[in-house]
Design a binder for this molecule. Sequence first.
Ligand code: 13P
Length: 252
Amino acid sequence: MRRLLVAGNWKMHGNSASVKALLAGLVNLTWQQQVDIAVFPPALFIVEAVQSLKDTPIIIGAQDCAIESKEAALTGEIAASQLVDVGCQLVLIGHSERRLLLGDTDSILIEKFKAAQAQQLKPVLCIGETQQQRENNQTFAVITSQLNSIMDTLSIDVLANAIIAYEPVWAIGTGLTATPEQAQEVHSFIRSLIAEKNEAIAQKIQILYGGSVKADNAQALFAMPDIDGGLIGGASLNADEFGAIYRIAGNK
Ligand code: 13P
């Protein structure tokens, strides 16, 4: 049985006051033995999050890392080694906002994925189709190509130490959620693609769903057999709502 993970991607949200309040709310959640919980604050607030959450089970992640794994002359970037040094254990790789707006191509993402693992920072590989791709029946082709880009270049074995997040772009920040059946269909497809190469890794890997997950739709999504938790955007900015989603995960 795979453990569930409920993870909050804060994106480019938060300021000194709101982050302090959010962290104070997270400290007061009731911990669940059977569910993992993580947050991905903006880089500016990672150190504060690590300090504030040090007595909690909350894992800290970064939203991106550099293509170089160690310190280098790369203005504006953050190395995986630096993220690990301050207490990060996870890193998002290939969030759709970075793929679509910030130039993260498949070949850059291969480098970032590799850099993260070189420093024992666990990648959360984000994949998903746009609305247009779904309408053109290209969902499975897009997922296959995004996943193969990592599996074929780096080898299937790298997925033994990674997490996948399926985030349909049309469901991100739109209030439109994939139905549990739509999400399950893609999650099961992702697992089968991995299983073609390595059955044991496919059974073990956590596949999160992301895209307008809220307390009122989490139960139905998490009930699906191949959905192992959520990557939550907007709803993770409120400790009560995020806590409610975390509690719901505990009911699976
Ligand atoms: P929303 O939950 O705000 O739709 O964002 C999802 C997401 O992109 C998480 O990475």
